[in-house]
Design a protein around this ligand. Structure first.
Ligand SMILES: *[C@@H]1O[C@H](CO)[C@@H](O)[C@H](O)[C@H]1NC(C)=O
Ligand SMILES: *[C@@H]1O[C@H](CO)[C@@H](O)[C@H](O)[C@H]1NC(C)=O
Ligand SMILES: *[C@@H]1O[C@H](CO)[C@@H](O)[C@H](O)[C@H]1NC(C)=O
Ligand SMILES: *[C@@H]1O[C@H](CO)[C@@H](O)[C@H](O)[C@H]1NC(C)=O
Ligand SMILES: *[C@@H]1O[C@H](CO)[C@@H](O)[C@H](O)[C@H]1NC(C)=O
Ligand SMILES: *[C@@H]1O[C@H](CO)[C@@H](O)[C@H](O)[C@H]1NC(C)=O
Ligand SMILES: *[C@@H]1O[C@H](CO)[C@@H](O)[C@H](O)[C@H]1NC(C)=O
Ligand SMILES: *[C@@H]1O[C@H](CO)[C@@H](O)[C@H](O)[C@H]1NC(C)=O
Ligand SMILES: CC(=O)N[C@H]1CO[C@H](CO)[C@@H](O)[C@@H]1O
Length: 490
């Protein structure tokens, strides 16, 4: 219940006056047969749950907050029924405000905000300072089993049980996936080495040569060099789909059938009332030899210790899929991996220096932001949207390093990318194109009905036009207040 209230408050925004859909969560169930709209489930639940009661509980926490919507003071209790789901959308600039406010409250030690410490990918599998590639790889691959996340009921009626969880597909623990996870863990350890200046804690990977000698490597390029010598080739690309927040499924109590319930974070784009399911992007490498065909990815994630290399659960087909930035040359793909490792080291250092909540996730950007920095380096433009990172924190750190004369070539490139990349905390000319690109569906194959509407609305704007709607009267203060109230009250 508290999570629900938190989400409702966190994302409270302007009501979309609905057209071809009733709520922004409505999906084309006819095109995606194993999918049920969240709104269908909620609509049913509304017959059993007293929303007035629920909203009353919310209003206890928010009595002082300024609810100014489109210039009018509105009471939450007035916003009843299924259309209240349309409140669950937020503009990129307000996402950044929410991130900063949550972080401030976490820093102040307010209860209700616990730092998210999970271990995916686990860094603690590797014992000691060395990893013997030939001897230890098998054991590490055995160790990195990804468990299912069992279905946990959220609410149920006689008709539906809404649950949260994820049952992994079979390939999630096959050899390729285990190898990808093992490589991610090793890479993350090598990234730590970048910021450690103490030789006695340096992490090394040992490789046995055919001539009986052993080579020790402690840097990402050297590690990639060894893998290339062993016959592995790397390719890189950006993989993009829509974000999945809840990982929800519903059991139809009449038929017993389970189907997925897509629940994304919706981005209020500011182009009229166009709202889009937020895109999730990651920069991925395939690493192949003749027997293994693995893929690992790089992004800033929640609950994964910041900006890291990691292995992602395969997304459902209905989440869409598209690729950007295809780097097929082995050398270039390895160079990009080296830049990513320097960016991870920088971002994680800044997160640690400033004690950022969730290892910097949100304040230092969503998954998209880390990908955007890499896209700037490799192609001098960014495809992904939205971008909300507080890049000033990273630039400050780089300035500090410059004063001590300690800036690598990689960090110089990263600085340039940070300065020049688009920033959706302010309105920019590339927003229109990137917002449209963030839709990972062919026209007519959209998952959410609201996405098709949004596509039509945004396409109606000129190529260089910026969003016209600021946040329709909902100001920064509102979001700060709401997050503060929630932090205090939970
Ligand atoms: C969006 O805005 C347009 C023009 O401002 C309006 O005609 C339409 O009803 C709105 N559609 C939705 C889905 O809110
Ligand atoms: C729901 O709660 C409100 C406020 O407590 C109350 O006035 C109303 O009668 C309740 N409705 C139902 C159907 O129980
Ligand atoms: C694998 O896990 C076992 C038991 O937790 C541990 O003792 C061993 O060191 C691990 N091996 C590697 C290579 O991670
Ligand atoms: C380096 O790390 C070792 C082992 O943790 C520690 O004993 C030593 O004091 C460290 N040296 C410096 C200069 O920090
Ligand atoms: C539909 O999706 C659910 C949840 O992911 C899964 O358990 C079920 O097997 C799927 N059903 C079909 C018919 O694909
Ligand atoms: C590919 O790499 C794996 C792991 O190092 C190794 O076991 C396998 O023999 C390699 N395949 C080839 C054809 O080299
Ligand atoms: C490796 O996997 C990718 C994606 O799953 C596939 O497209 C490709 O054909 C595979 N390559 C090999 C050599 O098996
Ligand atoms: C984004 O907008 C800001 C403020 O208007 C501007 O300073 C910046 O140059 C713009 N960046 C891009 C990439 O358009
Ligand atoms: C002690 C050691 O080998 N440290 C290495 C950590 O990684 C950096 C960057 O690749 C190397 O320059 C250091 O030599």
């Amino acid at each position: 219940m508290k999570t629900t209230i938190y989400l409702v408050l966190l994302c409270f925004c302007v009501v979309a006056r609905c057209q071809s859909y009733e709520t922004i969560f409505d999906v084309y169930e006819d095109k995606y047969p194993n999918v049920t709209s969240l709104s269908t489930v909620i609509q049913d639940a509304l017959q059993y749950y007293n929303i007035s009661e629920i909203l009353k509980e919310i209003s206890v926490h928010t009595t002082d907050a300024q609810f100014e919507i489109a210039g009018k003071i509105q009471k939450l209790n007035d916003v009843l029924g299924i259309s209240a789901m349309n409140l669950l959308q937020i503009s990129p600039d307000m996402m950044a405000v929410v991130a900063e406010t949550r972080n401030k409250n976490w820093g102040k030690g307010l209860s209700g905000i616990e730092n998210v410490i999970q271990s995916q990918p686990a860094t603690d599998f590797i014992p000691g300072q060395t990893f013997h590639f030939n001897n230890d790889l098998q054991a590490l691959m055995e160790n990195v089993t990804e468990p299912d996340s069992p279905y946990t009921p959220i609410l149920s009626t006689s008709k539906y049980t809404l649950m949260q969880g994820w049952i992994l597909p079979k390939e999630a623990n096959n050899k390729n996936s285990r190898f990808a996870r093992a490589i991610s863990i090793i890479l993350n350890r090598l990234v730590e080495n970048l910021s450690s200046h103490n030789e006695s804690t340096t992490f090394s990977v040992l490789f046995d040569g055919q001539d009986g000698t052993t080579t020790a490597v402690s840097s990402v390029p050297d590690f990639l060099g060894m893998l290339t010598q062993l016959g592995f080739t790397f390719k890189a690309s950006v993989q993009q789909r829509i974000s999945l927040v809840m990982l929800a499924v519903v059991r139809d109590e009449e038929t017993g059938l389970i189907s997925d319930v897509p629940a994304s974070i919706f981005i209020r784009t500011g182009f009229g009332n166009a709202t889009l399911a937020s895109g999730h992007a990651e920069l991925c490498w395939t690493v192949n030899n003749q027997t293994l065909n693995s893929s690992f990815c790089f992004f800033t994630g929640s609950g994964i210790r910041g900006t890291t290399f990691g292995w992602q659960w395969p997304a459902k087909e209905w989440a869409g899929h598209q690729k950007f930035t295809k780097v097929t040359d082995n050398k270039k793909a390895c160079e990009l991996l080296n830049y990513a490792s320097h960016y991870a080291s920088l971002a994680n250092h800044v997160a640690s220096e400033h004690s950022l909540y969730d290892f910097g996730y949100a304040v230092l950007g969503l998954c998209n932001d880390a990908v955007a920095v890499m896209q700037m380096i490799v192609q001098n433009e960014v495809d992904v949207y939205p971008l909300i990172m507080n890049k000033e924190l990273l630039l400050e750190e780089i300035e500090k390093r410059k004063q001590f004369g300690k800036v690598t070539e990689e960090i110089t490139l990263i600085e340039d990318a940070l300065r020049r990349m688009p920033d959706d905390r302010v309105r920019n000319k590339s927003m229109r194109e990137r917002a449209l690109k963030s839709i990972p569906f062919e026209r007519g194959q959209e998952l959410y009905k609201s996405t098709l509407d949004a596509r039509n609305i945004i396409e109606g704007y000129g190529v260089e036009e910026k969003p016209d709607v600021e946040v329709e009267g909902l100001d920064k203060k509102f979001y700060e207040n709401v997050v503060n109230k929630v932090s205090e009250s939970i």
